[in-house]
Design a protein around this ligand. Structure first.
Ligand code: FAD
Length: 464
């Protein structure tokens, strides 16, 4: 038996970042992880492998569609799916090994296996019980089931996101159930590689929670790229027969029954906290009605000495939100003031063009009772975007009409995921739109569009 200041359960972005910060602050720290590799969902079957496939499929698409327009001639590349899978696996491995290195560097013990909490300060892994003054639960999430749909990733016909990352071959057709971020990203990958992709969505708009104008523009753009959408459709079941799948759905507007056949069905309707086998009821850790661990402002659960972070607790299920909570809870445990500003957590969809958002949507800002103003700038007015054939899209900035304080920003366009951070920093500092408008931005960059949207909130944008 070994004893620690802190045992973290789960080595995803929440858990491993928490452990590193705790070790940096002088706490003797161990992490329990049941997978064969560190990095959690994000590195192994989430953010990183999906972005590797998004990158390679985007390059393929660029080569086929945009290279000839720039005078780059020759045969468009063909796809070697095995090599693409190998590139993705290697990308994952270099990152997960990188975390192993960081654990060694920071003298963090990796206790291999699945943990349960036996009582205050006691974590059991296999037959061994380890002691800790503090425990952080960072066990992440799993795919939420959908009634009538049974996922079998090994068969590769009705799959979830994990199965969709390792299909044996590129399917000719795919039905994606759910027009959320994961479904649209993976749907885009396959559509670019030649799959006929149909997205079936229960609601009337894609990407719930996003600004309504962005939702419309993204759906239009993805439709132009070949994705088909069936909106307002309640999936009843998915079945598999002789290696093909069939999805039955009802249209909500008239209750009519429909069916779609495809080589692969991807279930992408959401995720839920993964808390199996932890024994939380035994130690008095309370859950919300949505099955998340209840925490206070300092990530403390209802059981003394036990904290929880990341996808296992309420809030957006995002790697960077988990990381921020990981750092903050380590600081709290070390006696410092850990803090996360939940009003300034960016979210990004890595389609082409990318979508990025921070702060309030226009509807949220209006509903907050403030007087607001909205500044927009199209990428058609941005020289750099046009040179990249990426003039489709816009930046939309929302500010308080009385104070000029930035309340939110929504971008659909090239590099949106990187560009959003200047607005995050501005919002952290309580900046006004004028502060962004008065800041010199390098030319020619896509970030100039952010400044132009801020200028549009004052005396007017220049390049429209
Ligand atoms: P996780 O990363 O889920 O890690 C939890 C770890 O705990 C796992 O490794 C698990 O094995 C381990 N564990 C669980 N129970 C136990 C136990 N009892 N004992 C020991 N170990 C245990 N987010 C983004 O911000 N950007 C993206 O681009 C993005 N893309 C995504 C793409 C896909 C396909 C998916 C599925 C998710 C994506 N996400 C993305 C979401 C992101 O992966 C999660 O928000 C993030 O991983 C949550 O981190 P976490 O530390 O809370 O948990």
């Amino acid at each position: 038996m070994s004893s620690y200041d802190l045992i973290v359960i789960g080595a995803g972005p929440g858990g491993y970042v928490c452990a590193i910060r705790a070790a940096q602050l002088g706490l003797k720290t161990a992490v329990v992880e049941g997978r064969d590799a560190l990095g959690g969902t994000c590195l192994n079957v989430g953010c990183i492998p999906s972005k590797a496939l998004l990158h390679s499929s985007h390059m393929y698409h660029e080569a086929a569609h945009n290279f000839p327009k720039m005078g780059l001639k020759g045969e468009p590349p063909t796809i070697d799916w095995n090599v693409m899978q190998g590139y993705k696996a290697e990308t994952v491995e270099t990152n997960t090994k990188g975390i192993e290195f960081l654990f060694k560097k920071n003298k963090i013990d990796w206790i291999k296996g699945w943990a349960s909490i036996e009582g205050a300060g006691k974590v059991k892994v296999g037959d061994e019980v380890h002691e800790a003054k503090n425990i952080v639960i960072a066990t992440g999430s799993e795919v939420s089931p959908l009634k009538g749909v049974t996922v079998d990733n090994d068969k590769g016909v009705i799959v979830d996101s994990t199965g969709a990352l390792v299909l044996a071959k590129i399917p000719e057709s795919m039905v994606v159930i759910g027009a959320g971020v994961i479904g649209l990203e993976l749907g885009s990958v396959y559509a670019r590689l030649g799959t006929k992709v149909t997205v079936v969505e229960y609601l009337d708009a894609i990407t719930p929670g996003m600004d309504a104008e962005i939702q419309k523009q993204l759906q239009r753009t993805l439709t132009k790229q070949g994705l088909e959408f069936v909106m307002g459709a309640a999936v009843q079941s998915a079945s598999e027969s002789k290696g093909r799948a069939s999805v039955a759905y009802k249209l909500r507007k008239d209750d009519s029954d429909h069916r779609l056949d495809a080589d692969v069905v991807l279930l992408a309707t959401g995720r839920r906290p993964y808390l199996d086998g932890l024994g939380l009821d035994k130690v008095g850790v309370e859950l919300t009605e949505r099955g998340q661990i209840k925490v206070d402002d300092h990530w403390a659960t209802s059981a003394k000495g036990i904290y929880a972070i990341g996808d296992a607790v309420p809030g957006p299920m995002l790697a960077h939100k988990a990381e921020d909570e990981g750092m903050a809870v380590a600081e709290v445990i070390a006696g410092r003031a850990g803090h996360v500003n939940y009003g300034v957590i960016p979210s990004v969809i890595y389609t082409a063009p990318e979508v990025a958002a921070v702060g309030m949507t226009e509807a949220e800002a209006k509903n907050s009772g403030r007087k607001i103003k909205v500044g927009k700038f199209p990428f058609m007015g941005n020289a750099r975007a046009k040179a990249m054939f990426a003039g489709d899209g816009f930046v939309k900035m929302i500010a308080d009409a009385e104070t000029d304080r930035v309340l939110g920003c929504h971008v659909i366009g090239p590099n949106a995921g990187d560009m959003i951070h200047e607005v995050c920093v501005a919002m952290e500092f309580g900046a006004s739109a004028e502060d962004i408008a008065m800041t010199c931005h390098a030319h020619p960059t896509t970030s100039e569009a952010v400044r132009e949207a801020a200028l549009a909130l004052g005396d007017g944008a220049i390049h429209v």
